[in-house]
Design a protein around this ligand. Structure first.
Ligand code: SAM
Ligand code: SF4
Ligand code: SF4
Length: 333
C-alpha cells in the first residue's frame, strides 16, 4: 500500500484511451480550439492495450481497486471491449467507464459481456435544444437516453448520469432532469462547472453552487442527505424522502474534496497525472517502451505517488488561476 505526503492512498486509476471525441461540449472541447484542423494524437503515441493492461496490473500491487476508462470519448477507440476484457482479467478490481453515450446503445451488450461492471453517462440536459447546443454537434437527447436504457437492461446499472451545470445555459433544466430520473433506478449527479484546462473560458460566475442545486430540487421533491458509500466518495448523496431513489452532487468548486482524493490519471499518450489540475504529467509511455522491468515501473509509480501533495481545489485562488493546466479531454475527468 502506498500513500502520498497527505496520507492519501492510491485507490483509483482513470485511464484516458483516446483524446478524440465526437462531441464538442462547450465547457470541455470548444469548437474554436478543437476545430477541424486540430492535431489529435497519432496512433503510435497512444498507449497500446497491452501497455494499459500492464499498468493496471502493476498499479494493483500499489493498492488500486477501481479503474475507470475515459477519454475523449472512450467508445471511439476501436475494439475497446478487448481492453475491457483484458483489464478486468488482471485481478480484483471494479471496472467502469465514462461515456457521452452516443454509441452506447450499440456497444452496451458487448461491454457487459467483456466484463465492464458499471457505466457513467454524461448528459447535460433533457431539453433537446439545450443539449444540442451544449454538445455543439447537434446530437439529439433521445439517442443518449436510448443508450442509458440499453445499458440498464444489459446490467451495467445503476447507471450514473452526469450533468455539468452552467449558469444561464442549463440550470433551468436541472429540476426537470431530476424528476425524469427519479424512480428509474438511475442516479443523476449534478457537477459544478470546473476550471479544468485553459480553453473553456471558465469564470466563477458561471458556476451554479451545489447548495443552490440541492435547494432547487428540494423545493419540488423533498430530499435528505445520505452518508457516503465509502470514504472519499466524490459525490455528496441525497435521497428523495418519498423513496424515489437518490441523486449526487459533485461540488468540486464550492466544497472541494482533495483531502480524500485517491485518484491518479493517465492521459491517452501515457502521462501520469496526480491531480486533475496538474500542468505536467510523468511520461510513463517512454518508461514502458524502454524495456523497464515490472519492479522498476512499480517503484516509479510508488515514488511519484509518495511525493504527491496536490490539493488544487482547496487552494484554488488568484495564485493558481493563471497556471497552465492539462485539458479535460486529454486526461478524462
Ligand atoms: N467523453 C466522455 C464523457 O463526456 O462522459 C468521457 C470524458 S469527459 C472529459 C468526462 C467528464 O468530464 C464528463 O462527465 C464531462 O461532463 C466532465 N467535464 C468536462 N469538462 C468539464 C468541466 N469544465 N467542468 C466539469 N465537468 C467537466
Ligand atoms: Fe467529449 Fe466528454 Fe469532453 Fe463532451 S465532455 S467534449 S463528450 S470528452
Ligand atoms: Fe484530487 Fe486534484 Fe481534484 Fe483535489 S483538485 S480532488 S487533489 S484531482
Amino acid at each position: 500500500m502506498t500513500s502520498d505526503t497527505l496520507h492519501r492512498p492510491l485507490r483509483d486509476l482513470r485511464i484516458s484511451v483516446t483524446d478524440r471525441c465526437n462531441f464538442r461540449c462547450t465547457y470541455c472541447m470548444p469548437e474554436e480550439i478543437f476545430s477541424r484542423d486540430y492535431q489529435f494524437l497519432g496512433r503510435e503515441l497512444l498507449l497500446t492495450f497491452e501497455e494499459i493492461e500492464r499498468l493496471v496490473r502493476l498499479s494493483l500491487s500499489l493498492g488500486v481497486r477501481k479503474v475507470r476508462l475515459t477519454g475523449g470519448e472512450p467508445l471511439l477507440r476501436r475494439d475497446l471491449e478487448q481492453l475491457v476484457a483484458s483489464v478486468k482479467a488482471v485481478g480484483d478490481l471494479e471496472l467502469t467507464m465514462t461515456t457521452n453515450g452516443a454509441l452506447l446503445a450499440r456497444k452496451a451488450q458487448v461491454l457487459k459481456q467483456a466484463g465492464l461492471d458499471r457505466i457513467s453517462v454524461s448528459l447535460d440536459s433533457l431539453d433537446d435544444t439545450v443539449f444540442r447546443a451544449m454538445n455543439d454537434v447537434d446530437f439529439p437527447v433521445a439517442k443518449v437516453l436510448e443508450g442509458i436504457n440499453v445499458a440498464h437492461e444489459v446490467g451495467l446499472g445503476p447507471v450514473k448520469v452526469n450533468a455539468v451545470v452552467k449558469r444561464g445555459v442549463n440550470e433551468h433544466t436541472v429540476v426537470e432532469m431530476a424528476r425524469y430520473f427519479k424512480d428509474t433506478g438511475h442516479i443523476i449527479r449534478f457537477i459544478e462547472f470546473m476550471d479544468v484546462g485553459s480553453s473553456n473560458g471558465w469564470r466563477l460566475d458561471d458556476v451554479v453552487p451545489a447548495a443552490d442545486i440541492v435547494t432547487m430540487i428540494d423545493a419540488e421533491m423533498a430530499l435528505e442527505p445520505l452518508d457516503p458509500n465509502y470514504p472519499g466518495e466524490v459525490a455528496r448523496r441525497y435521497r428523495y424522502q418519498d423513496g424515489g431513489g437518490e441523486i449526487g452532487i459533485i461540488a468540486s468548486v464550492t466544497q472541494p474534496f482533495c483531502g480524500d482524493c485517491t485518484r491518479a490519471r493517465v492521459s491517452a499518450d501515457g502521462a501520469l497525472y496526480t491531480c486533475l489540475f496538474a500542468s505536467r504529467g510523468f511520461d510513463l509511455r517512454t518508461l514502458l517502451r524502454s524495456g523497464a522491468t515490472d519492479q522498476e515501473i512499480v517503484e516509479t509509480l510508488a515514488a511519484i505517488w509518495g511525493a504527491r501533495d496536490d490539493r488544487y481545489s482547496e487552494i484554488r485562488s488568484s495564485e493558481t488561476a493563471g497556471l497552465p493546466k492539462v485539458e479535460m479531454s486529454y486526461i478524462g475527468g
